[in-house]
Design a binder for this molecule. Structure first.
Ligand code: GAR
Length: 194
């Protein structure tokens, strides 16, 4: 089995979708842990309901962010984790994890990067009045939503659409595109058949 950890900070709809697709498609993948930096986030219950162990701590419990990530890394190494999947994990990753998982950390972002990086990709695109936004899946580097792009899908902003409606449609695209991109990465590593 290919061992992955999913990192999330919030609602966990992408976590839920990935979990569902992995099961449905019988991928040889085990999610060893949900790693969560927000001990009250709804994603935690979603993981527990699916029998996935949760590692949750706030960064401020540790001396600094590197020490926090080292604690995560110790857990990942203990579990034999091969790849990290960020699904709404709202933190910049440091070299502690980047060096241990070079080209093995992926992220999803609700905009067409390099436009509208950061915490509010959907709101920022909407406020800017662009007619097309979308979803990006990319490898993670030390920047904010930067790193080589794996896949993108555009989403047109409809006339008179509310931001909530747009957000719902973007999430729908995310839930499919993340799984497809995840499979593409596994194939590129030769971990599953092409
Ligand atoms: C998703 O839209 C994801 O793309 C975004 O957080 C949301 C998490 O939703 N990530 C970023 O903005 C990264 N900069 P979820 O918790 O329901 O999966």
């Amino acid at each position: 089995m290919i061992k992955i950890a999913i990192f999330a900070s919030g609602n966990g709809t992408n976590f839920e979708a990935l979990y569902g697709h992995i099961k449905e498609n019988k991928l040889p993948v085990t999610i060893t842990h949900l790693i969560c930096d927000q001990p009250k986030a709804p994603v935690i219950q979603k993981a527990l309901d699916r029998g996935i162990p949760v590692w949750t701590h706030r960064v401020k419990e540790f001396e600094n962010k590197m020490v926090y990530e080292q604690a995560i890394l110790d857990q990942l190494k203990q579990d034999g984790v091969q790849m990290l999947v960020l699904a709404g994990y709202m933190r910049i990753v440091t070299n502690v994890l980047l060096d241990a998982y070079t080209k093995l950390i992926i992220n999803i972002h609700p905009a067409l990067l390099p436009s509208f990086p950061g915490l509010h990709g959907i709101d920022d695109a909407y406020a800017a009045g662009v007619k097309v936004t979308g979803v990006t899946v990319h490898y993670v580097d030390s920047g904010v939503d930067s790193g080589p792009i794996i896949a993108q899908e555009p989403v047109k902003i409809l006339d008179d659409e509310t931001v909530d409606h747009l957000e719902a449609r973007i999430h729908e695209v995310e839930h499919e595109l993340y799984f497809k991109s995840f499979c593409k990465v596994l194939k590129s590593k030769g971990w599953i058949d092409a």
